[in-house]
Design a protein around this ligand. Structure first.
Ligand code: NAP
Length: 285
């Protein structure tokens, strides 16, 4: 955003429900200001009955691109003309672009996750990865890990059936094991993995005293990733640091998925440092 909204200003935005707490407006508007691009990013709380009308209407009104968040990432596929291969396989779209008059869906969550690990010097190729959780974030992360060449994924989840469904979806691209979430299964799988990723909501604000992994199970050879970014340092990451593990917070995934959307809409390289600083300033406020 250049400072004022003009007749020429391009609008991009976020559809979801709720959208009030999203950091995406802060991240994208900081990037637009930094690059002096005549764009503005606006959140739209869309009513569940009006999703298709909202998507079509926003593009008919000239919007230049959209992000999609909970609870519409799956449902929105029915509102689009085309969906890129990765988003189609995943069955979830978080970014919409108008290309040659057609609404095209992409998913930048998985690539954003892998870019955030690369930025921290974490190479997943050939590794055994423990994924705690089997929800939407776990799906995006697991598909991306499979494509990035991990050796094996173990899912531990409170609801085992959900993890088994996920296994069926991805076991043609990567070897998968499924276990219930118990201290015993965590202990066993932590012994054989190199990277552990929390994709559950356990430890997220306001329940910051919770952790999905008892701290005494963590060993210094592990890389511990928490997708949660509020708080920036979860109880899990604090314990992992104390145990001498390499740690990665969810902020990187948030910023890099946004950076990939930004690049799809503007064709410009996203100022990742500026976007990270903007998110940090908002989170620390
Ligand atoms: P979701 O689809 O609702 O999945 C939630 C997961 O957490 C499920 O596996 C669920 O287990 C588990 N869970 C919830 N409460 C639990 C508890 N008390 N004990 C054990 N397991 C529990 O949510 P999501 O969209 O995947 O999001 C998950 C987390 O990832 C959130 O914290 C979100 O902020 C974060 N996230 C971060 C980014 C980023 O950019 N950094 C992006 C996406 C998501 P059941 O299957 O048994 O219910």
């Amino acid at each position: 955003m250049t400072g004022s909204i003009l007749g020429t200003t391009k609008v991009v935005g976020l559809i979801g429900n709720p959208v009030e707490h999203s950091l995406s407006p802060v991240i994208h508007n900081a990037a637009f200001r930094h690059l002096q691009l005549d764009y503005v990013y606006v959140p739209f709380p869309v009513h569940p009955d009006g999703l298709a009308r909202a998507v079509r209407g926003l593009f008919q009104a000239g919007i230049a691109g959209l992000n999609v968040t909970v609870p519409y990432k799956e449902r929105v596929l029915d509102c689009l003309d085309r969906v890129d291969h990765y988003a189609q396989v995943l069955g979830a779209v978080n970014t919409i672009v108008k290309e040659d008059g057609q609404l095209v869906g992409y998913n930048t969550d998985g690539p954003g996750f892998i870019r955030s690990l690369q930025a921290e010097g974490v190479d997943v190729r050939g590794k055994t990865v423990l994924v705690i959780g089997a929800g939407g974030a776990a799906r995006a992360v697991a598909f991306a890990l499979g494509q990035a060449g991990v050796r094996e994924i173990t899912f531990v989840n409170r609801t085992v059936e959900r993890a088994q469904n996920l296994k069926r979806e991805i076991d043609d691209i990567v070897q998968v094991e499924v276990l219930p979430l118990t201290p015993e299964t965590l202990q066993k799988s932590l012994q054989s993995c190199q990277i552990v990723i929390n994709t559950t909501t356990v430890g997220m604000y306001p329940h910051t005293d919770n952790t999905p992994v008892p701290g005494q199970l963590l060993q210094p050879r592990l890389t511990v990733v928490d997708l949660i970014y509020n708080p920036l340092e979860t109880r899990l990451l604090r314990a992992a640091k104390r145990a001498g593990c390499n740690t990665v917070s969810g902020l990187g995934m948030l910023v890099y998925q946004g950076a990939a959307s930004f690049e799809l809409w503007t064709g410009k390289t996203a100022p990742v440092g500026v976007m990270t600083d903007a998110a940090l300033a908002k989170l620390n406020r």
